[in-house]
Write a protein that binds this ligand. Sequence first.
Ligand code: NAD
Length: 350
Amino acid sequence: MRTVTLIPGDGIGPEVTAAAQAVVLASGAAVSFEEVIAGQRAEREHGTPLPKAVFDSIDRTRLALKGPTQTPFGGDYRVNIERADGPRVAKRTHPSIAIALRKELGLFVNVRPVKKYPGVASRFEHVDLVIFRENSEDLYTGIERMVDEGTAEAIKIISARGTERVTRYALDSMQRLGRRRITIVHKANVLKMTDGLFLRTAQEVAKDRPGITVDQRVVDALCMELVMRPEDYDCLLLPNLYGDIVSDLAAGLIGGLGVAPGANFGPEHAMFEAVHGSAPGIAGQDAANPMAMILSAVMLLRHIGEAGAADRIEGALAQVLREGRAITSDLGGSAGTRAMTAAIVEKLKT
Ligand code: NAD
């Protein structure tokens, strides 16, 4: 029996993580959940959005299923964390909860499959991409400052070591998944040093992989090509910021943010979370699509060797989507989060 740290998060997070938990438990997977609180509720109850108990749990389980957490726009919001480090307690500061978890746990790659399911309305029928996003560098280091009252600057960091690591991870998982083509995405025509280093390093690491073709695209051209012919692409490798933006764009190709799952991996820990945020506008209304979080849990099950349970959940979800009776409004239906979840659980039982 594997224990998974469950972080419900903010906004629609508690609703969609409850859905994922119910579906996983109904699948018969040998998994139990240990719930810890992060986000606004933790701030209210413990005076910090990311209490030490969250790290204590994940450092034990090495596995987390995380709902979205809210980050205020602008201002000087920072997340101060405390984490056990041998006999002492380390204290550090990060720009958001999601970034704090990714950095602290060494989750250097964010994997986001982008697959069109039959029954989900979209402009395209055949989209089946995997996005590999570098998860620890680039403009997400949080190094920013006001130079004077009217000028701000941010520092973009790209390292050969970080790029090698994410490229190797992408190539290894492509070989496991039987994927054949990787497109390195960059803006090396303008950012000659940072993106230039990312492009050169990734090309060097990828050049001798048997069975894998390597090409490259400037990020703006890629965006245009993706919205015209997404079926031309197989796997994308991107630095952190472009990976974040292109992931949302790609979610739009397959039915929207409600359907796009994700996973973060590091040397010791793995954390599974949907691409979407906390969607405060629909929180608490039983209106959120639980599919992205359920598919993130499916990725978790595959990661721990529960492929049978993962296949059963994907099959049940696909059936509910094809029937179209119990789907949420973003998918063109009129069911709530709970009714869609109940329909998937029902299929798992039969
Ligand atoms: P968002 O993803 O929360 O919402 C964008 C749009 O998509 C909204 O219209 C929303 O209603 C819709 N949407 C999102 N998920 C949906 C679902 N499951 N079902 C139906 N509709 C859904 O993005 P945002 O509004 O830019 O961000 C809101 C908050 O979430 C911000 O505080 C942001 O920092 C945070 N956020 C957190 C994470 C994370 O924790 N990993 C990721 C992205 C954004």
